[in-house]
Design a protein around this ligand. Structure first.
Ligand code: FAD
Length: 430
């Protein structure tokens, strides 16, 4: 890495939340860099076989504004995404969610274009391995394949998905589950599908019997068999493998990854025999890593509760909205526990401000929330909305020459209202 590197903002983690944070900050004038372990942006959304933005809409209409909306519109316009309203969830058809189905490879390209367009710098195949907050600035030690170097910035955003950076900085974090192993999934993609026949079968409701059969035979390790068609192709992505693990233990994680991968071919054979439209299907890609739904979160200035979501509390410092129901994958019963929530709920800024730290906030799924509330807010569109607002918050802190934990609710609210309006106006629609 040539030369000294000084930024306004370092974002560690270039998942959807980190990328939107960086784009928002850079568009607001901050010199911004993203440190990303992979060689692409998007994290789970682009690299793990996910293809559905859950609760991207509410009651049959798109829910989000700003950069989230901009990205969704671009993917739709090019034929690589589509809204599907009131889609029944495979583990409980009574629960219906408005979703945006998308092609993850195209999202990779769009996120990168957005970052480059906004002037965001990014360092791929680099990892933050240490960090320190000082009174006037922050330092992050970054390791790439061939070198280790230090970057400096006024502000930091932890968008690692598991509060890696906050931990390095000495901030307080909480493990999702101390005593129980967590259910992880390795997604995969199938080609050679007759989509019309598959969709007809899914509509018939007979999939529940197939899930029951697969579970009894031991081929399905959980009570779920979700096929998601990928727009622009005749492929589907499958959320079906299950492996319980302590994701922070290298040996345990590795065994779980092998265990999940070993389920893929038997599942493939099972569905070919039991699900019409899949008779000639074959595996075309497997996620390179296990998806851990609920990892480590920060202990923030406020911890979001299920009550907040049920009451749709409109916080003074609200920065993001969502409407996804609570959806927890229980490692003991292997069932998905659902709780439908009454409407659009809010996430306050204080949930992304870690206790004890001043110049660091988080973006994405390591925000401060109780397990049940996290089970609802953890999905991609909500985390993208949180990420975007985190980027604007960093820009406000720079403008007001304040630390990130000093922002006042009133000025943040005004600033966000202005930012989201501007983005819409620039885009030419309201
Ligand atoms: C199995 C599974 C299925 C899911 N299905 C859906 C679904 O269908 N629909 C939906 O809307 N949501 C789904 N989700 C939730 C979705 O994955 C999250 O909402 C989303 O990934 C959160 O984005 P993020 O940017 O916070 O985190 P991530 O996507 O995890 O991004 C974090 C990024 O940080 C990088 N990183 C981590 N540590 C470091 C470090 N030290 N240095 C540098 N880089 C680092 C990682 O490489 C990664 O790119 C699912 C989650 C799982 C686990």
């Amino acid at each position: 890495m040539k030369g000294e590197k000084r930024y306004d903002l370092i974002v560690v983690g270039g998942g959807t939340a980190g990328t939107l944070c960086a784009v928002a900050a850079a568009r607001s004038g901050l010199k911004t860099v993203v440190i990303e372990r992979n060689a692409y942006l998007g994290g789970m959304a682009t690299g793990a076989g996910l293809t559905e933005m859950n609760a991207a809409g509410f009651q049959g209409k798109p829910l989000y504004k700003g950069i989230v909306d901009e990205i969704f519109r671009e993917m739709i316009k090019s034929g690589h995404a589509q809204y599907h309203f009131a889609v029944p969830m495979s583990s409980n058809p009574d629960v219906k969610v408005d979703r945006l189905r998308y092609d993850p490879e195209i999202l990779k390209i769009i996120l990168e274009e957005k970052a480059i367009g906004a002037g965001v710098e990014f360092l791929y195949e680099t990892e933050a391995c240490a960090g320190i907050e000082e009174e006037e600035m922050c330092r992050v030690t970054v390791r790439s394949r061939y070198e280790t170097f230090e970057l400096e910035a006024n502000y930091l955003v932890d968008a690692t998905g598991n509060a890696d950076l906050v931990r390095m900085l000495g901030g307080e974090t909480v493990r999702a589950s101390r005593d129980k192993l967590l259910t992880a999934t390795m997604m995969f993609r199938l080609s050679g599908i007759d989509l019309d026949r598959l969709q007809e079968f899914m509509r018939s409701g007979k999939i529940s019997d197939v899930i029951q059969k697969g579970y009894q035979e031991g081929v399905l390790k959980g009570r779920i068999l979700a096929f998601t068609p990928i727009p622009g192709s005749s492929d589907v992505s499958l959320n079906v493998t299950r492996a319980d693990c302590d994701y922070e233990d290298a040996e345990d994680y590795s065994k779980a990854a092998a265990c999940a991968r070993s389920q893929i071919l038997p599942v493939c054979r099972f569905i070919r025999e039991n699900v019409p439209g899949t008779e000639n299907c074959y595996v075309t890609s497997i996620s390179p890593f296990l998806g851990i739904r609920d990892a480590r979160r920060i202990r923030g200035r406020y911890t979001l509760t299920l009550g907040d979501l049920e009451n749709m509390t409109d916080f003074e410092d609200s920065i993001a909205v969502g409407c996804y129901p609570m959806d927890i994958h229980d490692p003991e019963t292997k069932a998905v526990i659902w709780k439908v929530l009454p409407g659009v709920y809010h996430i306050p800024y204080r949930c992304i401000v870690p206790g004890k730290l001043h110049r660091t906030i988080v973006a994405g799924k390591c925000l401060s929330a109780e397990k049940e509330a996290f089970g609802a807010v953890r999905v991609m569109p909500i985390m993208m909305n949180v990420g975007e607002s985190a980027g604007y918050a960093a820009a406000l802190a720079k403008q007001e020459e304040k630390c990130l934990d000093e922002l006042e609710a009133g000025s943040l609210k005004e600033w966000l209202a202005d930012k989201y309006e501007n983005v819409l106006r620039e885009d030419g629609h309201e």
